[in-house]
Design a protein around this ligand. Structure first.
Ligand SMILES: [Zn+2]
Length: 139
């Protein structure tokens, strides 16, 4: 039996999708697991529980996540339109585009808490590099 704790090494994509600290890819970025806990959707601890990385690098650090969220939403719309087009559910020749717009808006509203969290995880990953042995990054 191994007495040492086995540390799972995550990829960048896995750490973003699992909302993990970009420095060690182990600690949780958000206080609560469920993104649909809307009152506490963006609650984050001040520091990583594993490596001590500060999560809000400066005041208003997460304002920039709007750019990431916009990009993710537009990307989702493109993929959703392509899938619907290939399945023959939407066409520019009739009024089906309006049904698609309604379905797309509904899906984006439902997915917004998840997109918001992924945007934050991507935003902090832009500034903090993976270095589990190094000290925390401070701006
Ligand atoms: Zn960490």
């Amino acid at each position: 039996m191994c007495a040492q704790k086995q540390i799972k090494k995550r990829s960048l994509l896995s750490s973003i999708l699992n909302y993990r600290c970009p420095r060690c890819r182990q600690g949780r970025l958000f206080t609560y697991k469920n993104p649909y806990n809307l009152a506490h959707n963006t609650d984050m601890p001040e520091h990583c529980e594993v490596c001590g990385q500060q999560y809000e690098l400066q005041t208003g650090f997460y304002f920039g996540t709007g750019y990431v969220s916009y990009g993710l939403s537009v990307g989702f719309m493109g993929v959703f339109y392509t899938v619907c087009y290939l399945l023959g559910w939407v066409s520019l020749a009739d009024n089906s585009i309006f049904y698609w717009l309604g379905a797309n808006a509904t899906l984006l509203i439902i997915l917004q808490p998840v997109i918001q969290r992924i945007s934050r995880a991507m935003w902090i990953a832009f500034f903090v590099r993976y270095d589990p042995e190094g000290g925390p990054v401070r701006l």
